[in-house]
Design a protein around this ligand. Structure first.
Ligand code: SF4
Length: 247
């Protein structure tokens, strides 16, 4: 375990919609092959080998939530808030408990884990406009997910979790990022009725995934033209169904 110096980090993510990021863990046990965190300043290639809880995260949050100017908090930008460690340490759950008591703060959760449903009771305590829950779903194919996101929830589990959240009146979104081998129309069909918004983004660090893609025969996804074609097809298929798309 590690001790952090501060926990609400100023950010300009999402074009300024988000004011802070909250990362209760360093590293991430989902171990996605394409993980961008090793490329961020202050991290290295081994960051996901041995993820650690920031054991003083809640004590820091309790103080910073009172001292800092309220805004939108991204949970999380450099880890998955519902990665396997969360089952034991409950740092995300405890943070949501705190945020739910301060209505001037808003949160946006992004995960690849159906564990988020464990906290549905807390999520429902927020004012509806103060919380949203997103899933990264970068493919409709479970065989691709198993290779590229080996320890994250299955695609059907994420879809099921989205359905539960939507049925409970929670604002939801999907991030299709990076675009992995997929059937874009099938993915759009799977998510269109379950989300308020979809973000699309392409692969940012292709060199780190190239060997896996070549081994699997999926290296075609690294071409700009394929990424662009898929982005257009996902967008068109979603917009045809009335879903708002960004990116
Ligand atoms: S879930 Fe996110 S932070 Fe975790 S390994 Fe995957 S890409 Fe990295």
């Amino acid at each position: 375990m590690i001790y952090a110096k501060s926990i609400l980090t100023r950010t300009t993510l999402s074009g300024g919609d988000v004011s802070y990021s909250f990362n209760p863990y360093r590293g991430c046990g989902h171990r996605c092959v394409y993980c961008y965190v090793p490329h961020l300043p202050g991290f290295d290639d081994n960051v996901n080998e041995n993820p650690q809880p920031k054991i003083n995260a809640i004590a820091l949050l309790r103080r910073e939530i009172r001292l800092k100017i309220p805004g939108m908090v991204f949970i999380s930008s450099a880890t998955d808030p519902y990665q396997p460690l969360e089952k034991k340490y409950l740092l995300t759950r405890k943070a949501l408990e705190l945020f739910s008591m301060f209505p001037q703060w808003r949160v946006t959760i992004l995960t690849k884990s159906a564990l988020v449903l464990r906290d549905l009771d807390l999520i429902k305590k927020f004012r509806p406009q103060n919380i949203e829950v997103g899933f990264t779903i970068a493919t409709d194919r479970e065989d691709v997910r198993q290779v590229m996101e080996p320890h994250a929830s299955s695609i059907p589990a994420r879809i099921k979790a989205l359905r539960v959240l939507k049925a409970n009146g929670i604002r939801t979104y999907v991030s299709v990022a990076p675009i992995l081998p997929l059937n874009p129309e099938r993915l759009a069909e799977m998510i269109s009725e379950l989300v308020d918004l979809v973000f699309i983004d392409t692969m940012h660090y292709p060199s780190s995934v190239a060997s896996t893609l070549v081994k699997m025969g999926w290296e075609y996804i690294l071409s700009d033209s394929w990424q662009e074609e898929m982005a257009v097809r996902i967008r068109e298929a979603l917009e045809k169904r009335g879903v708002k798309v960004k990116g």
